[in-house]
Design a protein. Structure first.
Lengths: 232, 232
DNA sequence: CGGCGATATGACGGTTCGGTGACAACGGTT
DNA sequence: AACCGTTGTCACCGAACCGTCATATCGCCG
């Protein structure tokens, strides 16, 4: 498996049947994902708060908190908005599909589904949520970052970045405009449970800027005082 | 559905049957979208180059350039990557769906589809492409405040605010019309257990006003004598 | 109109915050 | 061993920002 910027994508499986969870976990792990599981909507919210997943597979029928309501809550929460939600349901009625999608779900799969299609849909949704994890080429202005070949160019000219600066740039480019706090960047770029001075981020931002502006180009990174950094 | 400020989303319909194009155009326009059409893959590429659509409905069976190949080209082109591609196909085989998704399509709809579901899917995909419409943005009159990118604009012009002024404005905008006492603002903006002269709020309101009115715009903040401040 | 309390504003010192150069530690390579 | 690129930390500086005060202005009341 190629070194892809950051850690493997995380998929959260929400289903009340342990057998289903096990089945999905197995197949998703085989496809190269990290997997978390939850048995109902409340567990799901906890899991999301703990570690925001990239994709959430949400069963329609759940005890206590229905899948639909869980979806609404997820999309209303701060952490959940950046996850893709795929509703999984035995209800093939078109009206249900429409309702699911209108509630904020990003996709809708009808049981019985094939594992291959499910994986394909997870990947399709992942492409949008975390392009860098899928071997995509990110673009921002005249900067191109190829997560597969590990190469960065600006205005056609190739740039040399260290691994950390590369991942930092990838994170910033993944969601242009979004302001990342130093803590969020440490989480995403350096790793979840690592303990490093937040000021270190500043230093790396500085190094990244120097690398990006070697040819006199304007600085593409925006500093937001009291908040963090953003691209564009 | 709120279409705040920005133009209506553009949907490109690619189908070789004029009747299909007409049907889809009609329904999409009725749902509030702008619509462009193309009869084959090459026309589609031209249309994309001319005006990048937000969502592309791509028929699987196309003359000359197949839908699958067209999808590949779209996703490989610079402009196409920021559009969502929905494959529309009569082929319900699961293998086809997987192929479509793996080629880079964002979604896959099987004919015959219901118009309601198609619209729902278009909207769901639109949410992804244009995250601006997802609610991280506060608006009041001609003032826009984006809590994710920490950007504030008035009548399109970008403004510069300090962190405290930003939070102050966000608080005021969050509940337009509500009159905040100085104490409440201190709590909300500065922090719960901090002790600061309430007059300081006045100063920051003043600074905020100055920033908001640099271009001679009217003052959007209302002073309520003896009570506090309010927006609008 | 005059007075009084409340609010607006300009100025100022202190503090915090971010940028940057220097440096030592580390691992890999020659 | 010597070298090299990378990385995390620190110290220092300048600039932005903040809170306070003094003063000017406003709005309401008699």
């Amino acid at each position: 498996m190629q070194m892809q910027g950051t850690a493997k994508p995380l998929v959260l499986v929400v289903d009340d049947e342990p057998a289903q969870r096990a089945l999905l976990s197995y197949n998703l792990k085989a496809a190269g994902f990290r997997v978390a599981t939850a048995g109902d909507g409340e567990e799901a919210m906890l899991a999301i708060a703990e570690d925001a997943p990239d994709v959430i597979l949400l069963d329609w029928m759940l005890p206590r908190l229905s899948g639909l309501e869980a979806c609404r809550q997820i999309k209303a929460s701060a952490g959940g908005r950046q996850s893709a939600v795929i509703m999984v349901s035995a209800r093939s009625e078109e009206a249900d599909r429409v309702r699911g999608l209108e509630t904020g779900a990003d996709d809708y799969i009808v049981k019985p589904y094939s594992v291959a299609e499910l994986i394909a849909r997870v990947k399709a949704n992942l492409r949008r949520v975390r392009p860098a994890a899928t071997g995509a080429v990110l673009e921002a202005g005249d900067i191109r970052l190829d997560t597969e070949s590990y190469r960065v160019t600006r205005a056609g000219k190739s740039l040399h970045l260290g691994p950390t600066e590369f991942r930092l740039l990838a994170a910033l480019m993944e969601r242009q405009g979004k302001v990342w706090t130093r803590e969020a960047l440490l989480d995403r770029v350096w790793g979840r449970d690592i303990y490093i001075d937040t000021r270190t981020v500043d230093v790396h931002i500085g190094r990244l800027r120097k690398a990006l502006c070697t040819h006199g180009d304007p600085d593409p990174i925006r500093t937001v005082r009291g908040a963090g950094y953003a691209m564009g």
